[in-house]
Structure formats: structure tokens, C-alpha cells
Design a protein around this ligand. Structure first.
Ligand SMILES: NCc1[nH]cc(CCC(=O)O)c1CC(=O)O
Length: 322
């Protein structure tokens, strides 16, 4: 056994990004684990390390331009592998599908609402019943850095204009209030966790705006050889979150799009016990959009995801998935 593997269980060192949302998620996880394991309750059980990542430092460009999701996790993976932290808490949607050797996704927490919400600025209409996008005036400027949200918006409403806006949730809301944009789209899960759900003007159904794979799920990574911690984390994992995440992440991996490809993936387990997976591939400008829904046994989640990904890939024009 390595030195790292022989350390006592407490204090556990937790690695997280420094944003308010990341810190909320880290503390939420700590309360879950403390509730399960009395030895890990209270302030002395954990040490929190807020890690600054390249994704957080570079704020003026689209993620797609600067290298995508890996930017958030790279420094966190390194801290894990060096033994500076024992586990790391992530928004699953920001975590690449293929983790570096030696790191495993040991635990997924129960999913928060996976839908996207429209946050309306001062110049927008009131949300109405019926068409959820009707609150956006003709030609409205929508701020988002997500090609997935952009493509689906423009497909439904070609009159809209989209401009890149990044930064954490609070920064985006401030810029919206200052009148830089008519509206922005954010994950409803993030708003709820920050106590900002009242900001959501309209919550879009997953069929209207297919969420990102893993949206609303918090995932915990650990070193592969940390068997004791993996067992503990396995015990608090939400099996439904594991199944839907497996389907959505297999879909994403099979599509193998670049980080510039708009891809959506959303799975649910319904009352009949079956897993339903919606996948989406689009062109950023909305001129092509393909959405497909399949279902199957929960135990086959990964295969369902892979097969849907393959089928979407087969039926998409060559320029979309390059
Ligand atoms: N890419 C940033 C990010 N990563 C996770 C969330 C929200 C929380 C979640 O999806 O679990 C957000 C903010 C957003 O997309 O509005």
C-alpha cells in the first residue's frame, strides 16, 4: 500500500473550485457524508482546499475556444494524484467523460432539477403560459457561453441574437441587471443551490431545451487505490443518479464531438422502471437539430447511451460532428 492509502480516515481533505456554487456543493456533500458516518461529523473531520482552475481564471472567452471542460478539472485531478487532497467535488457536467488514469468517479449524489431556466432582464416581457420563449422580445439579445443552449434557442427562434457571457452565476446576473443582455440561460439546479430560484423567469422542460449530460448531479472523484474511501462513498451514492449519468455520459462519449459541438443528453427513470434517454445534436447556429428519445432497462444504461450516441452520429451531417 502507498503512504497515501495508509493515512487515517479523518481529517479528509476535500478539493473544490472556489466559486460560491462549488463551495455550496462541497458543503452539501460533507453534510451527506457526515450524516452517514458519525466519525466524519463536525469541523475537524475535513479540511477544505479551494483550488483555482484555468477555467475559472480565463473569463473572457468561450470554454469551447479555450479547451473545454478539462480546464476546470485538470488542476483538481493533479491535486488528487499528488495527494494534496483526498477527494474532489464536481458538477458532473463539467467533468470530462474520460478521467485520467488513477482517478475514479466514486460517488454521485441525488440529482437536483436538471432543467435550464431563462433569467429575464429588465427589458423582457412577463413569462406567459404556452410558448415558453414568448417572453423574449423579437430580436432579443441572449447572453450565454453554451453552444448547446445557443443552438436550441436559435433553432426555435431564429430572430434571437446570442452573445458570449461567462463568469459565475452572480456575475452573469449582475450583467443582466445592468442591461447588457435581454436574458440569459442558467442551470436551474445552480440557481436553486444558491437560493436564487426566484430569478428563474421560465424553467424550460427537458424536451424544449435538452440539458447537458450530468446537469444537476454532483460527482465525487477519488484516487483509484483509495479503497476505504471508495467504499464509504459507494454507500452514500444515489443509484438512480449513477444510472442516468451512465446513460448520458455514454451518449456524450459515443458522439465524441468537440467541445464546440452542441450536444444534449438527459435521462430519467420513470414509474414503469424503465430508463428514458433523450439525446440531441445540433449545429451552433440552429440550422440543424436532431433530437431522439429511446428507452430500455436501467441495467443497460450505458449501452442505451452508447447506441443512441452512435445513431445520432450516423444521422448528423459531416460538419456537425467533426
Ligand atoms: N458550466 C457551469 C456550471 N456547471 C454546473 C452548473 C450548474 C449546476 C449543475 O448543473 O449541476 C453550472 C452553471 C450553469 O450552467 O448555469
Amino acid at each position: 500500500m502507498s503512504e497515501i492509502a495508509e493515512r487515517p480516515l479523518a481529517p479528509l481533505r476535500i478539493g473544490t473550485r472556489a466559486s460560491p456554487l462549488a463551495l455550496w456543493q462541497a458543503r452539501h456533500f460533507l453534510s451527506r457524508i457526515g450524516g452517514f458516518c458519525p466519525m466524519l461529523q463536525g469541523d475537524t473531520a475535513f479540511e477544505e482546499t479551494a483550488l483555482s482552475t484555468a477555467g475559472d481564471r480565463i473569463q473572457d472567452r468561450r470554454l469551447a475556444e479555450i479547451g473545454g471542460k478539462g480546464l476546470f478539472a485538470k488542476e483538481i485531478h493533479e491535486a488528487l494524484l499528488d495527494g494534496r487532497v483526498d477527494f474532489a467535488v464536481h458538477s458532473l457536467k463539467d467533468l470530462e467523460t474520460e478521467l485520467p488514469p488513477g482517478i475514479v468517479l466514486a460517488c454521485l449524489l441525488k440529482r437536483e432539477d436538471a432543467r435550464d431556466a431563462i433569467v429575464l432582464g429588465p427589458d423582457c416581457g412577463e413569462p406567459t403560459r404556452g410558448d415558453p420563449l414568448a417572453c423574449l422580445p423579437h430580436g432579443a439579445l441572449v447572453g450565454t457561453a453554451s453552444v448547446r443552449r445557443q443552438s436550441q434557442l436559435l433553432h426555435a427562434r431564429p430572430d434571437l441574437r446570442v452573445e458570449t457571457i461567462r463568469g459565475n452565476v452572480q456575475t452573469r446576473l449582475r450583467r443582466l441587471r445592468e442591461g447588457e443582455f435581454h436574458a440569459t440561460l442558467l442551470a436551474y439546479a445552480g440557481l436553486k443551490r444558491l437560493g436564487l430560484e426566484a430569478e428563474a423567469g421560465v424553467v424550460l422542460e427537458a424536451e424544449e431545451m435538452v440539458p447537458a449530460a450530468g446537469q444537476g448531479i454532483v460527482g465525487i472523484t477519488v484516487r483509484e487505490d483509495d479503497i476505504a474511501l471508495r467504499e464509504l462513498l459507494h454507500a452514500i451514492e444515489d443509484p438512480a443518479a449513477r444510472a442516468v449519468a451512465a446513460a448520458e455520459r455514454a451518449l456524450l462519449a459515443a458522439l465524441d464531438g468537440s467541445c464546440r459541438t452542441p450536444i444534449g443528453g438527459h435521462a430519467r427513470i420513470l414509474m414503469d422502471g424503465q430508463l428514458y434517454l433523450t439525446g440531441l445534436v445540433a449545429r451552433s447556429d440552429g440550422s440543424f437539430l436532431l433530437r431522439r428519445r429511446v428507452s430500455g432497462a436501467v441495467a443497460d444504461a450505458e449501452r442505451i447511451g452508447r447506441e443512441l450516441g452512435d445513431s445520432l452520429r450516423r444521422d448528423s451531417p459531416a460538419d456537425v460532428l467533426t
